[in-house]
Design a protein around this ligand. Sequence first.
Ligand code: NAI
Length: 788
Amino acid sequence: TVNVKEVFDSMTYGPAPESSAEAMAWIKEKDGKFGHFINGEFTSPAKGFATRNPATGEELAIISQAGKAEVNKAVSAARAAFPKWSKTKGHERAKVLYAIARLLQKHARLFAVLETLDNGKPIRESRDIDIPLVARHFYFHAGMAQLMESELPEAEAIGVCGQVIPWNFPLLMLAWKIAPAIATGNTVVLKPAEYTSLTALLFAEICVEADVPKGVINIVTGDGKTGEAIVTHEDVDKVAFTGSTSVGRRIREATAGQGKSLTLELGGKSPYIVFEDADIDSAIEGLVDAIWFNQGQVCCAGSRLLVQEGIAEEFYARLRKRMASLRIGDPLDKCIDVGAIVDPVQLETITNLVKTHGGDGEVYHAPCDMPVEGCFYPPTLITDLHSASPLMQEEIFGPVLCATTFRTPSEAVQLANNTRYGLAATLWTENINLALDIAPKLVAGVVWVNATNLFDAAAGFGGRRESGMGREGGWEGLAAYTKPKTTAKKLAPVAPIAAPKSPVVDGLDRTAKFYIGGKQARPDGGYSKPVYGPKGHLLGHVGIGNRKDIRNAVEAAHKAAGWAKTTGHLRAQILYYIAENLSARAEEFAARLGEMQPKSKKHSGKAEVEATISRLFTYAAWADKYDGQAHGVPIRGVALAMKEPVGVIGALCPDEAPLLGAISVMAPAIAMGNTAILCASQAFPLAATDFYQVLETSDVPAGVVSIVTGDHADLGKTLADHMDVDAVWSFSSTPDLTATLEAASASNLKRTWLNQGQARDWFGKDGEGREFLGHATEVKNIWVPYGE
Ligand code: NAI
């Protein structure tokens, strides 16, 4: 008799290939040549390049290369379509998105096969993961369009979106970009990656069938040059990019100062942590999905395995055994686990990385039967790597798992966070206390507990640090495609009161110091400048801050990192206390504001102090109410969308309302658990420097708020350059800061929130609220098992 185990052990696989006939017929229908999709029509195919099936090397079609002229044409079409589309009722847009979703489902098989032919991913994945998620994204966003008027009444579309996507999930990335953009009333020009344009072009046909109005969706094909032409196009209002961190950084620099809003979804080196009490079989199956799914060409791939020391040897042994049973080969074969690498160029990159640095560890290639032809790389495990090894730090973007061990949970966290990235993290343990203790400590936009690589339209996706900025999916993803409904007014530069011919000097000449690390500090450079009142009085001197002063403030801010872990209740109490202490000195502050600003000022000093106290109350109120959400994702659990502080925020404070403005910036930042480095109004700095006395008496821990004075252009640039600052905000009236700040922010891809030369009414409702709270937080989606 033969038992079941023996049957399994002796079973051999026969191929079960999916037919490519329909997909090939579709390509043949077009004579194997494709133009661009502009203004609802295909252009005639032009000079371009071949797209190939990486599993065979066979040429599939010729794709046109769009130059500036085609990009111009597409952007003009999108611009022309924008006024009408952005004013449609949400329901009109919902119907279009719904029609797209239905048609995607109707043609699901054709899409799946075409995707697999062009990209090399196993048909099981394109059929069961990519295409269903694409349809889900359009359904979900049909709902967002329907609800926009009631749920986001203050938001409106941004304009023309330039979207550039990669080749690893060609159609899914298209869906992530196009669905939220058109749901909220934007129009788009999208460029698929040069290796994988075909499903985007099939999607264009679906748009015609779904009656998408002409010009709302435009698809142009080409390489990086085409991408650059799109993202830097002056009539593109918003840029959304997914791809490598190096190109993301280049895009940040190239678009600096163009007034575009920008979201970047970039690389990662995501940790996969296995604690000794984990369900080992599940953790090993999880790894198959983490790093061999899509040949490891996944931005959030669990590519860094961290195993607790006590179980490491056994875990590696069982993992190697599992690897040996992975099947690699023809992606169209339904029995295949691992398909082809997208292109010979990528194959070479992977091969070279492992060849050059693999010597640092022990390299194990799964002993799979390798196809003789095509672009394949065996599933690989490299153990005993040092955490500083290039293989533990660089994104390989292939089926290569790099591993090391840890002893304690805190060491696991430290290793996990030891990277410049912060996209995703996976952790396995049967101990719920441990899981929920570790998840908040991981610097990542997404955390999966006892599962991995789960995606859903309802849960936002995106990274921290150099993994990019902004989220895709969920409510938070919509923020990237909308802007507040305000009529922009230009912000005129606010000049300080000029030095009078003969200054009135009465009483003591006070020199305001900086406030750094909870202490008063003299300017490092030893320079200061006089500040005069409108009647010619010398009001005092303020220090001119330099690089060193900012460095000190950043250091102090990092030492105060514990602030992020305090409760909202505690932060609320401190904000109330600040308000109370300001209130006790209201008259003095009001007088000071009166004597430092021109008499023509609309609001009196008294009114400004009152508004400031109210603002502190606003954020004391929000500190324990700006909650996250629990998303009902359709797979195995819930996604807890937790609001986390951004980190260290450096801000150039407004000049129009020197006290209210500074506090309008400080209060939301610290209410959400950030630390803030405030560069006081350049024109009227004394209002902020006086404020440190209020902070000192209000139990604000040292380093949570620092106040520096000086030249906004200098201080802003220093903050934007600094590798340990997480976000830069500017409400300064100094003109033309945007380009410099945005370009410098590319250093560590910090978030920027800049006024772009627009005024804000600090006394009115655009001086406070959710917009500020949104910029002061990042959403971390923690997927946890829940229910059945
Ligand atoms: P890439 O970042 O160069 O390409 C992504 C997209 O950007 C493509 O559509 C490309 O045409 C476009 N592009 C290239 N240069 C551009 C520019 N200057 N301006 C605007 N668009 C531009 O990625 P590539 O070279 O294909 O892959 C290289 C490495 O990037 C991979 O090995 C992997 O490490 C990483 N990568 C990461 C992805 C992710 O999802 N995080 C996706 C693709 C690649």
